[in-house]
Design a protein around this ligand. Structure first.
Ligand code: ZN
Length: 383
């Protein structure tokens, strides 16, 4: 189901193809998160025009509302959200972590982790829920995602080594339980002449080299279709992420897709991980910053096998709220072929943003996502 088409001669980058039940995903690939079964502010027609190939949806959010049974009864996640292409769902491990980290009710932790799974109170209505590895896999099968993730405990960097080790070992046991449940549910597909979704395992181990290596050895020894790197560090602390990728190289199998979870808050982080042989990444960064007024602007240049970015703006982003754009008739980015840049000026976008018109959110999201896909296109052609 994963084929390497080409390998770079100068680094570890590779071009690949993942065969899913809803078409081929070319790699390297950026996957925009569609948490609530929608990429905020844009529709499937926009996404197709931007060149998006695969979306990510969040299991825990969809489990809480509308519920996987409703989605299943309505024909599955693709039909429900009107997106015919491939979809990856996360396992809920990250969301559970963010509940326990950020959300407390009357000073109490909303999530309680035990060997069995995670018990938490819904942030919507306070109702009690238990997510086990088996439950997570069952929800993802009911959603009908093309790529599903093993249930893990996503640890923060602040955890000490003792806890990180305990949590990693539990994640390993959860990986085995996820795999077992997946195999059991997959029989239904196989008996009906269909292909089951692909299941990816997740390497944890925090910021500790020996634990990351131990986790990589364990997760890659299991029969997963792809290998992901999880934890707060990944994508959040880029120097550490690159260090982890460097020392894990020898442990990552060549013939399976590699996915760094939650990476891409700066588009240029992607260049660094692609060089290290990563095939897939997702991040709320590009769409979230667009909605908050930061739009990528500058030239992506491919020079002597290096990709560089030249921009007149700090960090390559213009702040659309700036007064200087009040009468600026230029597009966000003169090099961009997106619908927004082809049809609207900075002055118009600044106006929409100032008066809080919802069209701003759509036009800004289209531009930042198209920027990511142009970068992906250049990365692929460089390989
Ligand atoms: Zn544009």
């Amino acid at each position: 189901m994963f084929k390497i088409i080409k390998k770079s001669k100068i680094d570890k980058a590779r071009l690949g193809e993942i065969q899913t039940n809803h078409g081929i995903v070319k790699t390297p690939i950026f996957m925009p998160p569609g948490t609530q079964a929608t990429v905020k502010a844009v529709g499937p027609d926009d996404l197709s025009k931007i060149g998006i190939e695969i979306l990510l949806v969040n299991t825990l959010h969809l489990h809480l509302q509308p519920g996987e049974d409703i989605i299943n009864d309505l024909g599955g996640i693709h039909q429900f959200m009107g997106w015919p292409g491939p979809i990856l769902s996360d396992s809920g491990g990250f969301q559970v972590w963010s509940f326990s980290k950020n959300r407390t009710k009357n000073g109490q932790n909303l999530a309680k982790i035990s060997e069995n799974g995670v018990e938490f109170s819904s942030p919507i209505d306070g109702s009690k829920h238990l997510i086990t590895p088996e439950k997570s896999i069952e929800i993802q099968h009911k959603l009908g995602s093309d790529i599903i993730m093993a249930f893990d405990e996503c640890g923060p960097d602040s955890n000490d080594k003792e806890y990180t080790k305990k949590s990693m070992e539990r994640t390993h046991r959860w990986a085995e339980r996820s795999l077992k449940k997946h195999k059991e549910l997959s029989k239904y597909y196989i008996n009906n002449g269909k292909k089951p979704p692909l299941l990816f395992g997740i390497i944890q181990g925090g910021i500790f080299e020996d634990l990351r290596k131990e986790s990589a050895k364990f997760i890659t020894s299991l029969d997963f279709d792809g290998i992901a790197l999880g934890g707060e560090t990944i994508g959040y602390n880029m120097p550490k992420t690159l260090e982890i990728l460097d020392y894990l190289q020898e442990f990552l199998p060549e013939d399976k897709p590699r996915y760094t979870m939650g990476l891409g808050s700066s588009p240029f982080d992607i260049i660094e991980v692609v060089k290290r042989g990563v095939d897939m990444f997702d991040c709320v960064g590009p769409t979230r910053t667009a909605r908050h007024g930061s739009l990528y602007s500058g030239e992506i240049i491919s020079e002597k096998d290096e990709i560089k970015f030249k921009s007149e703006f700090e960090k390559g982003c213009l702040r659309i709220s700036n007064n200087c754009f009040k009468t600026d008739n230029a597009p966000i980015d003169k090099n961009c072929d997106c619908y927004t840049c082809q049809n609207f000026s900075r002055a118009y976008l600044r106006h929409l943003y100032s008066v809080k018109e919802s069209l701003y959110l759509r036009l800004a999201t289209i531009h930042n996502l198209r920027f990511m896909m142009r970068l992906i296109k250049i990365l692929r052609s460089n390989i």
